[in-house]
Design a protein around this ligand. Structure first.
Ligand SMILES: [Zn+2]
Length: 352
């Protein structure tokens, strides 16, 4: 299926982007893949990544996809079990694919390029499921998890999240002592820290506490579109000052493309971020959720027909790169934004 985009991309820029995507690493720093695989397995489906994602990943030249383990609010009472199930089922689903590997260490990032593999890096989107039991981070590490955000949009025992994508309200509250210990443990384990869903107080505290670079896997600019899921100019500068990267979100409520001007708004965020903090601190973290939502609805016997994502699927990721090129961005900068920057970050943060 082809959908009409709001910016008409000239053939030459599309060609240039497609070529760049086949010859250079492309990274999506946020996708709720583990949760979707579990939902689809629960409806009796198998080979979910192969069927729903692999063809699009290949079309877009994806090299690394960061899969979140996201526990829905309705599953929090059995959040630990739900998280472990997501991890197990995702690992099983990709273990049957020759083209895909689980990325757990620095050398795995090199393998993606050397052996032309697509990497899946698993991380926790919110640590509600560990409560205050920091040792559970070691259990997650042993299972192959290599990063975490302290919170999703809700408060938990570690910190306070900001609001959901479709809301624009501030939730106040600071990190707990357990939250501070969690950051230390993540750093000891060479796991990356994501601040995308953290509230403003939490963000400031993380900057004081963290000794290793942290990132925002899926956030845009709050100046371009006011939503508490996006970062202020000051937060963007802080993030960049300590070697962090912000992955451009692709959810219309965060991008602010409610009238359908998806590519235009995605480009505006990215260009603004590049101008403010430099291109090497910008990447893609599209958080495409429609497929997850369809799977979730199907499990409840419903049909999901809304559309929250700016892109139809990963096959359209090159359109963003093409739009940036067409609007005059330098090719080298686009190469970093579409994946080079995050590849360098993950290679640096993961252990041997
Ligand atoms: Zn999220």
């Amino acid at each position: 299926m082809v959908i009409k985009m709001d910016i008409k991309i000239k053939e030459e820029y599309l060609q240039q982007a497609m070529e760049l995507h086949q010859k250079n690493p492309v990274v999506d720093a946020h996708l709720d893949l583990a949760g979707e695989v579990l939902l689809r397995h629960q409806t009796g489906e198998q080979e979910v990544v192969k069927k729903y994602y692999l063809p699009h990943f290949k079309q877009a030249g994806m090299k690394l996809v960061v899969s979140s383990v996201y526990v829905e609010s309705g599953n929090l009472d059995w959040g630990w079990e739900n998280a472990l199930s997501q991890i197990a089922v995702l690992k099983k689903d990709i273990s049957e694919l020759d083209e895909v590997i689980l990325v757990q260490k620095r050398s795995d990032v090199d393998r993606l390029l050397q052996e032309n593999k697509i990497g899946i890096l698993i991380y926790m989107e919110g640590l509600d499921c560990i409560g205050e039991d920091i040792d559970r981070l070691n259990v997650l590490y042993d299972l192959g998890v290599r990063g975490a955000s302290l919170t999703w949009s809700r408060p938990n025992k570690l910190a306070v999240g900001c609001c959901k994508a479709s809301e624009d309200r501030q939730i106040t509250g600071s990190l707990s002592q357990a939250g501070v210990r969690a950051i230390k443990r993540l750093e000891e384990l060479s796991m990356f820290l994501d601040v995308s869903h953290l509230n403003d107080e939490g963000f400031a505290q993380v900057y004081q506490i963290a000794e290793r670079s942290f990132i925002a896997t899926h956030s845009g600019s709050r100046q371009v579109y006011h939503n508490y899921r996006n970062l202020t100019d000051e937060q963007m500068k802080v993030l960049a000052s300590q070697g962090g990267i912000m992955g451009m979100n692709g959810c219309k409520y965060i991008v602010g493309s409610l009238s359908g001007n998806h590519l235009e708004m995605l480009c505006r965020h990215i260009e603004y971020e590049v101008e403010k903090v430099g291109a090497k601190h910008v990447g893609y973290g599209f958080d495409l959720c429609d497929s997850y939502s369809r799977a979730s609805a199907a499990l409840q016997g419903k049909c999901y027909t809304d559309r929250d994502d700016c892109l139809l699927d990963h096959s359209q990721v090159p359109l963003v790169s093409a739009a940036l090129l067409q609007r005059g961005m330098d090719t080298e900068l686009v190469k970093g934004i579409m994946g080079g920057n995050f590849m360098g970050y993950f290679k640096g943060i993961l252990g041997q």
